[in-house]
Ligand binder design. Structure first.
Ligand code: RB5
Length: 142
C-alpha cells in the first residue's frame, strides 16, 4: 500500500506526524506537500497529489490544509478523484464506506492531531460497501 500525502503551510505539522504513523504501520508514504510554514497556494499541492492518484503512482491520498475545503475543491476537479472532507471518525468511516473516497481531506486547523490520526486509521480500515453506493458514485462524473 502506497499513500500520497499533500499539504499547504497549515498542514505541515500533521503531515509529518501522519507520515510517521503510517510508516510505522508498514505503509509507504510519498510526500507531495510543502515542508515549511512559509505561505503557499494549496492548489499547487492538491494537483500534484491528484495526478499521482490518477496515474496509479500511489493507491490513495491524504490532503491537509487549514479548513480542508481548498484541497477538497481542487482535488475534486480531477475526474478520477473522490476527495472527502472528514472531521470525525464516523465521517471518516462513511466517506470510505459510502463514497469510496480515494483521497481523505482533513481540516488541520480545526481538529486535534489525535483526531486526525484516528480519522486516517478509521478511513484506511473501512472497506467500501458497494451496492447502492456503487451506483451512486458511478453517477458522479460529468
Ligand atoms: C491558508 O491560510 C488557508 O486558506 C488554507 O489552508 C485553507 O484553509 C484553504 O482552504
Amino acid at each position: 500500500m502506497k499513500i500520497g500525502i499533500c499539504n499547504d503551510h497549515a498542514g505541515v505539522e500533521y503531515k509529518s506526524k501522519l507520515a510517521k504513523m503510517l510508516s510505522s504501520r508498514g505503509i509507504e508514504v510519498v510526500n507531495y506537500g510543502t515542508d515549511t510554514e512559509a505561505s503557499v497556494d494549496y492548489p499547487d499541492y492538491a494537483h500534484r497529489l491528484a495526478s499521482a492518484v490518477e496515474s496509479g503512482e500511489v493507491d490513495l491520498g491524504i490532503a491537509l490544509c487549514g479548513t480542508g475545503n481548498g484541497m477538497a475543491i481542487t482535488l475534486n476537479h480531477h475526474k478520477a478523484i473522490r476527495a472527502g472532507l472528514a472531521w470525525s471518525c464516523e465521517i471518516g468511516r462513511l466517506v470510505k464506506a459510502h463514497n469510496n473516497a480515494n483521497v481523505l481531506v482533513l481540516p488541520a486547523r480545526f481538529i486535534s492531531y489525535r483526531m486526525a490520526s484516528a480519522i486516517v486509521r478509521t478511513w484506511l480500515d473501512t472497506p467500501f460497501e458497494g451496492g447502492r453506493h456503487e451506483r451512486r458514485i458511478e453517477k458522479i462524473p460529468l
